[in-house]
Ligand binder design. Sequence first.
Ligand code: NAD
Ligand code: MG
Length: 390
Amino acid sequence: MKRVSILGATGSVGQSTIDLISRDPDAYDVVALTGGGNVARLAADARALKADLAVVAQEDLLPDLRAALAGSGLEAAAGRDALIEAARRPADWVMSAIVGAAGLAPGLAALEQGATLALANKESLVTAGPLLIATAKAHGARILPVDSEHSAIFQALVGEDAAAVTRVILTASGGAFRDWPLERLAAATVAEASSHPNWDMGQRITIDSASMFNKALEMIEAREFFGFTPDQIEVLVHPQSLVHALVGFCDGGLMAHVGPPDMRHAIGYALNWPDRRSLPVATLDLAAVGTLEFRAPCETRYPALRLAREVMAAGGLSGAIFNAAKERALDHFIAGRVRFTDMSAIVEDTLSVLAARPEARCDDPTLDVVAHMDHLARDEADRAAMTRQV
Ligand code: NAD
Ligand code: MG
């Protein structure tokens, strides 16, 4: 039996992971499930999967979780330290599906106990890629990509010589505002930004798809995970979301990964790796699809892509600054304090204040150093947001 833990079990990726595991209960021994605040969901899944431990991030929800697990004999805990302890419980495979930089410390804890980390939480690679990869190496642990584009690249690279790769193309749906006139973007509402044309995902990543901050994070993720140079990483708008990524080789060949927009493919690939097993994913009927479209992204519509290139060029802790500023800008947008188009301006302002500082030049940071920069960037982004408040 494979011992598995799911961090962020109550979210979109977490629930898709549970869906796969529930289909084959005899194959998995569930160690820990964690959630942010949805105690009812967390407790129901912990009972159904007979997890050893359930942890809720919000400390004040511990009595609720205990009540929901009463009589089950399952362990309950709450708070940030408990999350890290849950990630540290010996397991063979840990899904990292917390949203945001909050996923970094638990992900590191899972690697420290030698688990294979299935990484949906791209923010941890953007914030602290070198630290995550060094931690995996030091503990003989492995990181497998779960972001659909990075899973696609990973699959296209099987059996290939990395030195023969010349380019990688990440596809993007273009998000909710792909076809909006540019002058309407400033007035876009949270509700409008929260609907994705093709994927069903958590609210934050859905809004990040509309702004393409999600693709910007993924460019940096591709650089950190695979070591591609910034000029090898391209982005194409592909409205159908069926081709997830393409890898180009020195002989001109391009390997594309094609499949329906269903995260259970990428999650299942990481769960079964290095084997392939059948998954409950629809069979694609390309004749019915008919046409696959591709076009270059407009950088005026999506300034996040330019910022990602600036971050990759600057290196050091600029990824941590970028991610933290983006998280705060998104918080302010969701709270109705700033406009949709202010988010990129807030991130740009924050980078311009912090990325040139000597302490941002660190290429080999510890978790404390990263956390300090993350904190500074959140404060700076809050200041930048204040000046733009609507
Ligand atoms: P979600 O919002 O649906 O779920 C996030 C999970 O994290 C929930 O369990 C939530 O309770 C928990 N959480 C939130 N804040 C927390 C905190 N401070 N501490 C601990 N737990 C916390 O998000 P999602 O869409 O499932 O995305 C999860 C991660 O996977 C993100 O990094 C996202 O970028 C990545 N991802 C998601 C998709 C997708 O299809 N949803 C695809 C690719 C990558
Ligand atoms: Mg993705």
